[in-house]
Write a protein that binds this ligand. Sequence first.
Ligand SMILES: Nc1ncnc2c1ncn2[C@@H]1O[C@H](COP(=O)(O)OP(=O)(O)OP(=O)(O)O)[C@@H](O)[C@H]1O
Ligand SMILES: [Mg+2]
Length: 590
Amino acid sequence: MEAETPSRWRAFFFAWQYLKPYKKAIGIALAALVFTAMVTLSLGQGVRLLIDRGFATESMDQLNRYVLLFLGLVVALAIGTFTRFYWVSWLGERVVADIRQSVFNHLIDLHPGFFESNRGLEIQSRITTDTTLLQSVIGSSLSVALRQIVMSIGGVIWLFITNAKLTLIVVLSVPVVVAPILIFGRRVRKLSRDSQDKVADVGAYVGEVLGQIKTVQAYNHQVHDKRIFGEFVEMAFSVAKKRIVQRGALITVVIVFVLGAMGLMLWVGGGDVIRGEISGGELAAFVFYSMIVGSAFGSISEVIGELQRAAGAAERMVELLAAKNEIQAPIREVEHLPTPISGHLVLENVVYAYPSRPDQPAIQHLSLEVVPGETLALVGPSGAGKSTLFDLLLRFADVDQGQIRLEGHDIRQLDPLELRKCFSLVSQNPSLFFGSIEQNLKYGKPDASQAEMEQAARAAHAHEFINELPNGYQTRLGDLGLGLSGGQKQRLAIARALLANAPILLLDEATSALDAQSEFLVQQALENLMAGRTTLVIAHRLATVKNADRIAVLNQGRLEGLGTHRELVETNALYARLAKLQFDLAGIAN
Ligand SMILES: Nc1ncnc2c1ncn2[C@@H]1O[C@H](COP(=O)(O)OP(=O)(O)OP(=O)(O)O)[C@@H](O)[C@H]1O
Ligand SMILES: [Mg+2]
């Protein structure tokens, strides 16, 4: 428990940072809070007057007066409560909206490697569930706690003013009531956290299985999945069952003790009333205040648990916000590229290992120059490091050794935004987004005109099939471009890159899913585009890259050969073998 203190402070500072801009709202909410607490407390006096002056004197006038007073208090309480509720909830929602935005703004710029070690799903749940928890705390629990503190202090004062002897009974019975609340409350909280975790497991499992439903059914995996899901569900149920028992016990104990104490009080107090030592109204007011104090203690102890959980949630937010972006513009002496750039790339002795495999560099001592305007093909076996090279060019990660230079500038000296503007990428998995085809195509150039967009789509041989879709360019795609064939997705990805029209084109297996006929056509369109533009093409099908100006053969992260198709067939054993396999199989003499 003690070890949590610093983190709780950090959580507090975190929340305060976001609350700070809304001092006015906080002021109004606090004022309303204190006001309603006071009004609630004075209701007790209202009850006393109503009974003693209203009923006891048997005067209709007095009764009217005090009923009116009572109703006045009720109206004041209603207005105050509305104000408090509105502003406190407003604060909760406002602050959480700001937190969500700033966490997202931070995440979207982070280096992609961050999301490999921190699973996207987990981060997603932090942004949704953790912020929701913060919202319920800031937007309600915190105000409940404050209000109850004010009420219990006020209540105890009124109790003493009303009757010191009876107060002693209350003071003595408070620990008896609060102790079980604390004990059972802690157990209930722990169990409810457990059952929330279990429910989250269930959710994650459902998401994964339904997302891959075709694979599940193709392997007849349903029976297995039903059993695993059943286990998750039963686990969640048995935790919930324990929680219900504890919660039920808590309620029972509270009822017995609270009403028992009340009975005791009525017995003692009733005796005093009979003996004429106090009035009936005083006793009623007294019961009223002791109920307020009792329930205040009860809800404070409940809220404490929620505050603790919120502190945990805030802590995780702080962690996310503290994640350092490894890819940044240099703080001083940012270099700038000339416009337009010629597309001159130099890799000098580049070494790069993925952080998860530090002893197995994916790129090893690679040196390579790409001259402006040329088309350079990268070929090599699967896992050779071709896609990794593209990642390094785009600075999704920084090289461990060596240097990559664009127009003579070390790319680490450039602003990543400026660097990435120079590249149009078609990645190995055509990644499309939820939304219309038009939105997907204009991804890299939102202000493109309809004509420009159609021109790019024609060049990528996508225009025809788009026109055949029910809503043409306005057809909406599912998540990740769901609803298109593999080749159609690839053509959209190519059109998107063409429309972005950056000086350097990076094609990673861009035409691999196309049939020979469409590949030929797209290839021709690409060739027009590649003319005068630096292009790097990765392809497994050598027929695709035969006409490149030069071909670089990569193997296990090393450059094994560099030259034209003809040169390599003769000088490079690996390339010759690949070429022989492919062209012999295809029955094409090279
Ligand atoms: N995120 C990653 N974390 C760790 N290792 C990785 C990661 N991505 C790729 N690798 C490894 O780096 C090496 C190079 O991978 P890369 O994706 O660059 O190969 P490739 O040449 O593009 O292969 P392919 O032709 O199959 O696409 C492989 O051994 C691969 O296992
Ligand atoms: Mg690859």
